[in-house]
Design a protein around this ligand. Structure first.
Ligand code: ADP
Ligand code: MG
Length: 463
């Protein structure tokens, strides 16, 4: 409840005024002189004080300052027997809210006190808003400070205006030296980790996200939040290394297994050969065994060669490349094999095909592996083999299609060492996959009985 302090030494008058004013629904208190007025103001907050200019222990106007000091939104109304000059001056200076003349007219008095109460209410409200604002600012500051992330704010000129505690702690650069420095290069937010220099040397890797907002003058302000990913990168590197080691282990185990089969078979055949020679059998009896041994050794040789190509591929050396020409040269190479397998070859290269960016030697290897597989699949009954090239947006698509028996969708044909052939290595498609990926392309396959189609993409050459 609002409260009004009445300071007047004329007791009857003071009580009178108090009664009139309490009609406004406020608390009232009466003081007879300066001393007791100050004592009353020390005990509680008043919204309005009605002060007689002449008091037994001094001048009422001299109360304005100490009362104001105690409570900044208290409104002071002077009551004076005559329109003294000081009263008028004090009112005009703004120290007093108003002054009223004795004899006091109740309606005037009520009107003045009501306005003084309203004014005090406004001051209270403003004070409350100020406190709220301060609290929300403090909370905002605390949030920024205690955030487990780096927080930087930049003004319209890219100068640092916020540099939070975590940044101070981690970098060793204090706020004082960073505020006002150019921060644009520091918080580049392109999704990649950026170097954050550390005072004692070295850098942290930080990934930033930025929000751009307009300042009060429309200038672009930047807020950036950064996460320290130094440890993450190291972890990723370690995981990759572990994965690579595991992959090498798997490959080595696969290779050992694959090598053992032909070795076993060659050893057995050699034992048979040895026995026949000991028994003095004619050389003609040895020929088929020698032939088997030779083919097992060929298989071993192929295995080792393909494994090396797969495990330690030559780096790709991409150059602008005419894909139509490449398809032609592969068709020439496999022509005799196709004829022997009674397979008809066709090439469809779209007209005006742009050049691809690719390594012709390695892509020839891709096409040879794909076409050999197709020929091997169609060996029994002959068929059609079609090579296609066309443009798809900013990519080239190359297709190798056959009308052979196909394979079920869940066959892991791209897995290393997966093969359904007696003499197969199961490395052909792994290598194809790898080379296409090294070119930045992708490969997919669709297969059903009567149609198998491998499709891979290549980037179009720039120029
Ligand atoms: P390999 O030819 O040594 O078996 P690949 O990696 O080249 O090894 O092929 C793996 C397997 O995928 C083959 O054994 C075969 O079962 C299957 N495959 C590949 N291409 C075709 C195709 N065009 N038609 C049917 N099956 C295929
Ligand atoms: Mg193959």
């Amino acid at each position: 409840m609002s409260a009004v302090l009445i300071v007047d030494d004329e007791e009857a008058l003071a009580e009178n005024v108090a009664e009139i004013v309490s009609g406004l629904g406020v608390d009232t208190a009466v003081a007879r002189d300066r001393t007791s007025a100050l004592a009353a103001a020390a005990r509680r907050d008043f919204d309005v004080a009605l002060i007689d200019v002449r008091l037994p222990d001094g001048d009422g106007i001299s109360l304005l300052e100490p009362l104001r000091a105690r409570s900044p939104y208290m409104q002071l109304v002077l009551v004076t027997g005559n329109a003294t000059l000081e009263g008028a001056i004090a009112a005009v200076r703004g120290d007093a809210f108003a002054y009223v003349l004795k004899p006091v007219s109740p309606p005037d008095l009520l009107d003045t006190v009501r306005r003084a109460l309203e004014q005090a209410g406004l001051y209270h409200e403003r004070e409350r808003l100020r406190v709220d604002l301060e609290r929300s600012e403090r909370r905002h500051r605390e949030l920024v400070e205690s955030m487990p992330a780096f927080v930087v704010a930049l003004d319209g000129n890219g100068r640092i205006t916020t540099w939070n505690r975590l940044l101070e702690n981690v970098t060793g650069f204090g706020r004082a030296e960073m505020l006002g420095a150019d921060g644009t290069a520091l918080v580049a937010a392109d999704g990649r980790p950026h170097d954050l220099p550390v005072k004692s040397g070295g850098v942290r890797k930080v990934r930033w996200s930025r929000a751009e907002v307009s300042g009060s003058g429309g200038e672009p302000l930047v807020y950036a939040v950064g996460i320290d990913v130094t440890g993450e990168e190291e972890m990723l590197r370690r995981t990759l290394r572990a994965e690579r080691l595991a992959a090498v282990g798997t490959l080595a185990a696969g290779l050992a297994h694959e090598v053992r089969n032909p070795l076993n078979s060659a050893t057995l055949q050699l034992a048979v050969l040895e026995r026949r020679l000991e028994r003095g059998e004619p050389p003609a009896r040895a020929a088929p065994i020698v032939h088997t041994i030779k083919s097992e050794i060929d298989r071993l040789d192929r295995l080792v060669r393909e494994f090396l190509a797969f495990a330690k591929p030559a780096p790709v050396d991409p150059r602008p490349l005419d894909v139509g020409e490449l398809l032609g040269s592969v068709a020439n190479l496999i022509g005799p094999e196709a004829e022997a397998a009674r397979v008809a070859l066709a090439i469809h290269a779209a007209p005006e095909l742009p050049r691809a960016s690719g390594d012709s030697e390695r892509l020839r290897q891709v096409l040879l592996n794909l076409t050999r597989n197709a020929l091997e699949a169609m060996q029994e009954r002959g068929g059609h083999l079609t090579l296609r090239a066309r443009r798809e947006g900013d990519l080239l698509e190359v297709e190798v299609e056959d009308d052979g028996p196909g394979f079920p969708a869940d066959l892991p044909v791209f897995d290393a060492f997966f093969t359904t052939k007696d003499q197969g290595t199961g490395l052909g498609l792994s290598l194809v996959h790898r080379i296409v990926a090294d070119h930045g392309g992708t490969i997919r396959v669709a297969s059903r009985p009567g149609r198998t189609c491998f499709t891979f993409t290549l980037p179009v050459a720039r120029s």
